[in-house]
Design a protein around this ligand. Structure first.
Ligand code: ABU
Length: 366
């Protein structure tokens, strides 16, 4: 029985994991993260509102799209954690399987994460992973080397003030609060285009982490391309910056949308995409630049949609410019209320992990 099989973001969706909002915390300050707001557990009111919208997403995917939906364990991440290298008053939460787990074909990797508060997050998916491993005899279950996350792995002089000139210089030199001591990457830095994996070096992935991934998948014929978006002053997770909408065919190029406030570095665009079968166009603007109070993500969660097939997408219902744009490309939109979930680390793409899509691994580059 094949359960795990996913090579891209657009093949027909058959099985997915949707995160949970329960026990979600804004982490305390640590070398890898400075909270922009009061840390600690999210209010019950916000947790419950998000849970209603996530449960509705589950219903929609099950009843309208015939997709099997799994949910992680509700682990109490409000509790402290201690390792030989650090201790924490509380942790994070399991709203974003996309951040933690990376599906490459028949393999699911538990990635390193880059912040201490997220060190044990993949444990929320252990029962699901174990179940997949027992039932799917071809499934590969990988744990990327667990980092120490000791102080030495971080640049303690990183300028956290997003508006200061020094910060811009760090970012334009692709230098962040994580350094190159040990491999680090969050799964959400990886954009899967069949045999080509586009990986953002960022505040949550270092060059050594990208190199680990490159060596790991090389023997299976994958190519890993490092990419940068130098105008993004808080580069975190590629899925609200560069997203595939339409795959290439013999007749036409594929379409990737790029956040217009965060264009791809010129040299990366030339190196990766020049002469390729991909056209890169600006993403339509968010419906509003105002995000819900206490949301830590940008308004570009408008791009953070879930494709359930090459001609169907699940989109937040108020993101009208995105909906109009997708429909102009012939992609039918299933509109769901989802803004209450934006406070929980992301949008529809972040909160989901496609485990099985009907399709094979193709080379979409010449
Ligand atoms: N985790 C995706 C958030 C990206 C953004 O804030 O734009």
């Amino acid at each position: 029985m094949t359960i795990v099989n996913s090579h891209n973001d657009w093949d027909p969706l058959e099985e997915i994991i949707i995160g949970v909002s329960d026990f979600w915390c804004v982490p305390n300050e640590e070398p890898g993260f400075k909270p922009p707001q009061r840390s600690g557990k999210r209010s019950d009111e916000h947790i419950d509102k998000a849970a209603i919208q996530m449960d509705n997403l589950e219903r929609v995917l099950t009843s309208q799209c015939n997709v099997t939906v799994r949910r992680p364990e509700k682990i109490d991440f409000t509790q402290p954690a201690k390792t030989p290298f650090f201790s924490l008053a509380h942790q994070h939460g399991a709203s974003c399987p996309r951040d933690t787990l990376l599906v490459i074909g028949n393999e699911i990797m538990e990635t390193t994460m880059s912040r201490r508060a997220r060190y044990f997050e993949s444990m929320a998916y252990r029962k699901i992973m174990n179940d997949y491993f027992e039932k799917d005899k071809e499934m590969l279950w990988t744990m990327v080397p667990k980092p120490t996350m000791a102080d030495a792995m971080y640049n303690v002089d990183f300028p956290w003030d997003i508006n200061c000139q020094e910060r811009k210089q760090w970012i334009r030199n692709y230098k962040y609060q994580i350094n190159e001591t040990e491999p680090l990457f969050d799964a959400a830095e990886v954009l899967r285009l069949g045999k080509d994996l586009i990986v953002q070096q960022s505040t949550t992935a270092n060059k050594k982490g990208i190199e680990w991934l490159r060596r790991h998948v090389k023997s299976r014929g994958y190519r890993v391309h490092e990419i940068h978006f130098p105008d993004d002053l808080y580069p975190i997770h590629i899925d609200s910056t560069l997203a595939p909408l339409v795959p290439p065919t013999k007749e036409r190029k594929g379409i990737l949308v790029n956040c217009p406030e965060r264009p791809i570095a010129k040299e990366d665009k030339e190196r990766i995409f020049e002469g390729s079968n991909w056209e890169i166009i600006d993403a339509p603007p968010p419906n509003t630049m105002t995000v819900p109070d206490l949301c830590m993500s940008s308004a570009w969660l408008s791009m953070n949609m879930l494709l359930v097939g090459p001609d169907r997408a699940v989109v937040e219902e108020t993101e009208i410019p995105t909906i109009n744009f997708l429909e102009s490309l012939g992609i039918k939109c299933i509109r769901v209320p989802y803004r209450d979930c934006y406070r929980f680390g992301g949008g529809l793409h972040c909160h989901t992990l496609d485990v099985r899509r009907r399709g094979e691994c193709y080379n979409y580059f010449p």
